[in-house]
Write a protein that binds this ligand. Structure first.
Ligand SMILES: *[C@@H]1O[C@H](CO)[C@@H](O)[C@H](O)[C@H]1NC(C)=O
Ligand SMILES: *[C@@H]1O[C@H](CO)[C@@H](O)[C@H](O)[C@H]1NC(C)=O
Ligand SMILES: *[C@@H]1O[C@H](CO)[C@@H](O)[C@H](O)[C@H]1NC(C)=O
Ligand SMILES: *[C@@H]1O[C@H](CO)[C@@H](O)[C@H](O)[C@H]1NC(C)=O
Ligand SMILES: *[C@@H]1O[C@H](CO)[C@@H](O)[C@H](O)[C@H]1NC(C)=O
Ligand SMILES: *[C@@H]1O[C@H](CO)[C@@H](O)[C@H](O)[C@H]1NC(C)=O
Length: 608
């Protein structure tokens, strides 16, 4: 602005001077102006001397300040003006003086206080004027803080009215309380203390970690900085830190871990099969192995559980199916595949003669290497029951199968016809018809002299009875009836005999009762002895079938004194009497018997 103004003036002056000898208004150098009243003139006469002066804020830097108008031209102006310099303004304690533009006229110095100090007066800029720095430097005074806030359940120290910048107070809590926040705060550059800590009761809840258990660390109540260490149950894996620390906010740090079911991951591949994880691969999950068609699992364990240490079994393998060559006793293969028998191959079997198949004759090799529907067996043919035999019995001591024999027996009195008591069970059944049991028959029994039998037939069946009868005067000797035996014979036939017992002749005895001659069968006679005789033997006699009196004839013995014997036989008898008194009766009987025998013999001899 100034420059433009001066330029304009100079140009005008130049125009004027060319027209007159006066000088036009002279142009000064930079930062200078005409001194005094000359500044008001527009033209200057010849010889006029004008003096220049430096503008305010500028000082002469040498050279004459005056010029003279000479023939319309001014002499050369030598004056140089340069800006005045205020120089250093000095130092500010706890602060800094900066001269961003310099220290020359118009420049500003800038005062800043160090952190924690404030300027008094708060005038941070001073201008360099024509007369030097236009103000005194301010001072940097330290910042002060009012006492920090009191805290519940705690104290701080030191306690003062005022605190300088950076002065520190320490907080402490009562026992059981924990400082939340920094234990010390300091007076800030803003004249305030930072936020005071608080005194808090820290109680972390006993951690509840599903499928986990504490293995180390504190017991409740868990105070500040207590630690607990957890582990997971078998089969579970910890996620998160296993050691927890009770934080100031009564929360566990770094947060409760979780126990995740262990992941067994992939169990691998099964050749010719497939591994499936229907539930997943975590602890307790099952994998399922299946084999492709024609392959079977070895071992046959298609499921494996993910356990605490990983999959609890090795994967089975899928092996090509092979059925063993069937071994069927008494059977033979008639058709089908030859070993090795693969899946779906078939074989057909038959049984040897006499054996019948139980089960299916055609087998298919199943997926598990077993023949389906299972091996048949060749059972001996069963001939079953052969039926019943009247009046006999059919027995199967070995059974009714091929090769076994049945045994037929006839009841007593029956004959087997034909006489073949054993029949074999053959491939086509029992190899013979059952025999029959025919009743045993007898020819008529023998005729008897003087007698007859009834009934009279040509033939008699087993057990049939015939009755014998004798003509008058004849007596049956033997059983009156005989029967046809199982041997086909009658027992011995009775005979018809003429029974005649002789009239007894008993010396010194008399018949007192009974029959008179002729004495027939079962006739009886009773005897008594004459006076002076005693009967020895039975007094009553019966006529037997053999025409002899029974029990034999008695004798009549004379009653005599003991020392006087009568016969030699009685003497013999009496001699033995005293020695064996116990046998007295027997000896007497023998004695009597001998006597009777002798007497009868005598009679018999006299008779003939
Ligand atoms: C004045 O100055 C002009 C320009 O320099 C010049 O042409 C002229 O001759 C001078 N006059 C005198 C009298 O020296
Ligand atoms: C601890 O101090 C912080 C900051 O002042 C506050 O947010 C927090 O709630 C305090 N914690 C407790 C447990 O008082
Ligand atoms: C053997 O098998 C073939 C083919 O299945 C069949 O045609 C033939 O009749 C069978 N032979 C016997 C003896 O079963
Ligand atoms: C097994 O054999 C049957 C009958 O011959 C046939 O239908 C089936 O497709 C076969 N299966 C395989 C897997 O070969
Ligand atoms: C039948 O004959 C047997 C042998 O010959 C014989 O032992 C048995 O006593 C006889 N039975 C009869 C009742 O004759
Ligand atoms: C009676 O029969 C039996 C047996 O057959 C025989 O021993 C006996 O002599 C017979 N008696 C008479 C008197 O014929």
């Amino acid at each position: 602005m100034f420059a433009t103004y001066f330029l304009l003036l100079s140009s005008l002056g130049l125009v004027i001077t060319t027209q007159a000898q006066d000088c036009s208004k002279p142009a000064g150098g930079d930062n200078m102006g005409l001194k005094g009243d000359d500044i008001l003139l527009q033209t200057f006469p010849e010889g006029k001397k004008v003096t220049f002066a430096c503008n305010v804020g500028y000082v002469t830097a040498g050279g004459s300040a005056s010029i003279t108008c000479n023939a319309g031209n001014w002499t050369t102006l030598k004056l140089k003006c340069e800006r005045s310099n205020c120089g250093s303004a000095g130092e500010v304690e706890n602060g800094n003086v900066d001269y961003p533009e310099g220290t020359e006229f118009g420049d500003k110095l800038v005062v800043t206080c160090n952190t924690g100090f404030h300027m008094v007066p708060n005038k941070g800029q001073i201008l360099c004027g024509a007369q030097g720095w236009m103000d005194r430097l301010p001072e940097c005074e330290v910042v002060t803080c009012d006492p920090p806030p009191a805290v519940a359940k705690g104290v701080f120290s030191p306690v003062k009215e005022s605190y300088d910048y950076r002065e520190v107070v320490q907080y402490k809590c009562q026992s059981d309380y924990t400082l939340n926040g920094s234990s010390s705060i300091s007076c800030s550059e803003h004249g305030t203390f930072g936020p005071a800590p608080t005194c808090v009761i820290v109680r972390c809840e006993d951690p509840n970690i599903a499928n986990g258990q504490q293995v180390d660390g504190s017991r409740p109540p868990h105070g500040y900085r207590s630690t607990v260490t957890y582990e997971c149950k078998s089969g579970y894996v910890i996620e998160g830190g296993r050691t927890l620390t009770c934080g100031i906010d009564s929360q566990w740090l770094p947060g409760l871990p979780t126990c995740q079911r262990r992941d067994c991951g992939s169990a691998g591949e099964v050749e010719n099969g497939n591994v499936d994880y229907p539930e997943g691969t975590r602890f307790g999950d099952k994998l399922v192995v299946t084999c492709n068609t024609g392959f079977k699992m070895v071992p046959n364990k298609g499921q494996i559980i993910c356990g605490a240490q990983g999959w609890m079994d090795r994967l089975p393998t899928c092996e090509v199916v092979r059925c063993e060559d069937p071994n069927i006793a008494n059977g033979y293969q008639v058709n089908g595949s030859r070993p090795p028998h693969g899946y779906n191959s078939t074989v057909t079997y038959e049984c040897i003669s006499g054996y019948v198949m139980e089960g299916r004759r055609t087998l298919t090799c199943g997926i598990d290497g077993q023949w389906l529907p299972g091996l048949p067996t060749c059972q001996r043919k069963n001939c079953g029951s052969a039926g019943d035999v009247d009046n006999g019995n059919v027995d199967y001591p070995e059974g009714t199968r091929f090769g076994d024999k049945l045994v037929v027996t006839c009841n007593t009195g029956f004959n087997m016809v034909p006489n073949k008591g054993q029949i074999l069970c053959g491939a086509q059944g029992w190899m013979d018809r059952l025999p029959v049991c025919e009743v045993v028959t007898c020819y008529p029994p023998p005729e008897v002299v003087n007698g007859v039998f009834t009934p009279v037939k040509e033939s008699y069946d087993y057990r049939e009875v015939v009755q014998y009868k004798c003509q008058n005067d004849y007596t049956l000797n033997g059983s009156s009836s005989i029967s046809c035996s199982e041997n086909g014979t009658f027992g011995p036939a009775p005979t018809c005999v003429m029974v005649r017992c002789e009239d007894p002749n008993i010396a010194n005895g008399d018949q007192v009762e009974g029959s008179r001659p002729p004495h027939g069968y079962m006739s009886t006679v009773t005897y008594e002895c004459k006076s002076g005789y005693v009967l020895e033997g039975g007094r009553t006699l019966t006529c037997g079938i053999d025409s002899q009196w029974s029990p034999g004839l008695p004798t009549c013995q004379r009653i005599t004194p003991p020392p006087k014997p009568t016969t030699t036989s009685t003497t013999t008898t009496t001699d033995s009497r005293p020695t064996t008194p116990d046998n007295h009766g027997d000896n007497l009987a023998i004695g009597l018997g001998v006597t009777v025998l002798v007497s009868i013999t005598v009679l018999y001899l006299q008779h003939y």
